[in-house]
Design a protein around this ligand. Structure first.
Ligand SMILES: C[S@@+](CC[C@H](N)C(=O)[O-])C[C@H]1O[C@@H](n2cnc3c(N)ncnc32)[C@H](O)[C@@H]1O
Length: 366
């Protein structure tokens, strides 16, 4: 007979989540849960050293983003950034959520001496170490900061950063709106629990069918803070998402919350927290309204495909390798990333005619 084995050591992130639930009186709002699962120091998905970004699961990665696929992405975006630097008379680029540092390398390469300082703001210390290694060739032109300064002059970029900001979950059941939170169920397993709430999506959802959705107070607060601090320059955010009429369309009754692990998507953030990414689509109307209310102009809003074409990506792709050409097809393909991904441009000091929105601007659909 073999000796009884020791009980498995409790997962430290699970233990932290259980403590947070207990501290909050037994019910943790989902946005707090998501913040811990992604960013708890040393334990959250973005706070530990797993690989995360890559093209294939065999690399140990979980998902791929545009700058990981081909440098053509960064080279095209660089044209828009160059125009914005020129227009605003600034010489700094600020990147939020720089991931592996791939986009930073592409922008620094393409923009050359036009960028005096490249500043990275990332919540993830583990990624900062990777970025420092990747960007060592640019020496002290690249800086890392933990928070925004009181005043910022330059061009801000963020690829797939807004979708990584914690969301609140709202659940309409039997015609009543509830906020969805997390409790410790039988044996401590994490489980959902809904509580009546006065919170509502920004637009009324037609019908009285059950409806699970998200709202994005952190992303809009982030844009308001950015707007307060950006005294000259512009900001460009690229991400998957919709305008509000599509986001809260009666048919989208399961919301957009999604997890990614080993290049597989699943809808259950309560399983394996810390081992997988958790995201929600971006409400681009909310981003535009928050920006405008805080004094920024909306330069434009369009699909990723249209934005890259406007920035001249096809000319940049002349003579590109087969791999880069195939990756570009994914970035602009209507049924791949070209249409689901959008780009929004914001500017301090009023509207100007930005290259990336020259044709096919959809600001009127926000
Ligand atoms: C999905 S990854 C995208 C990484 C990279 N931009 C890319 O395209 O490969 C999201 C990144 O956003 C960062 N992040 C999330 N919220 C942030 C915030 N409020 N400020 C700065 N970075 C943030 C995460 O740490 C992570 O690096």
């Amino acid at each position: 007979m073999s000796p009884p084995s020791a009980p498995p050591a409790p997962d430290p992130l699970q233990a932290l989540l259980q403590q947070a639930i207990a501290r909050d009186g037994g019910w943790l709002p989902f946005d707090r849960y998501m913040a811990l699962a992604l960013y708890a120091p040393g334990l959250g998905y973005y706070a530990h050293g797993s690989r995360k970004f890559g093209t294939l699961p065999s690399s140990g990665s979980d998902f791929v983003t545009a700058p990981e696929m081909t440098p053509l992405f960064g080279r095209a975006l660089a044209r828009q950034v160059a125009q914005a630097l020129e227009h605003s008379g600034t010489d700094e680029v600020w990147e939020f959520g720089a991931g592996s540092g791939a986009l930073a390398a592409q922008l620094l390469d393409a923009l050359g001496e036009r960028v005096r300082r490249y500043v990275i703001v990332d919540l993830s210390g583990a990624l900062r170490a990777r970025q420092q290694e990747r960007l060592a060739a640019w020496g002290d032109r690249v800086h890392w900061v933990d928070r925004l300064p009181e005043a910022l002059r330059g061009v801000v970029v963020g690829n797939e950063v807004l979708d990584a900001m914690p969301v609140k979950l709202l659940h309409r059941v039997g015609g009543q709106w509830h906020e969805r939170g997390v409790v410790a169920g039988d044996g401590g397993a994490l489980a959902w629990a809904d509580r009546p709430t006065g919170l509502r999506p920004p637009v009324e959802v037609a019908g009285d069918h059950d409806f699970l959705t998200e709202i994005h107070p952190q992303a809009t607060a982030f844009v308001r803070t950015l707007a307060d601090r950006l005294t000259a320059g512009a900001a460009f955010f690229l991400d998957y998402g919709f305008p509000e009429a599509e986001y809260w369309h009666p048919q989208r009754h399961m919301g957009t919350l999604m997890c990614h692990e080993a290049h597989r998507a699943d809808p259950d953030p309560l399983q394996r927290p810390g081992r997988k990414d958790i995201t929600a689509h971006v409400d681009f109307t909310g981003i535009a309204v928050a920006a405008q209310e805080s004094g920024l102009a909306v330069l434009g809003y369009t699909s990723q495909a249209r934005f890259l074409f406007n920035c001249g990506v096809l000319a940049l792709a002349q003579g590109a390798s087969v791999q880069d050409t195939a990756a570009l097809q994914k970035l602009v393909g209507e049924h791949e990333m070209g249409e689901l991904f959008k780009v929004i441009g914001l500017a301090a000091g009023g509207w100007w005619d930005a290259l990336g929105f020259a044709e096919g601007d959809r600001t009127d659909r926000l």
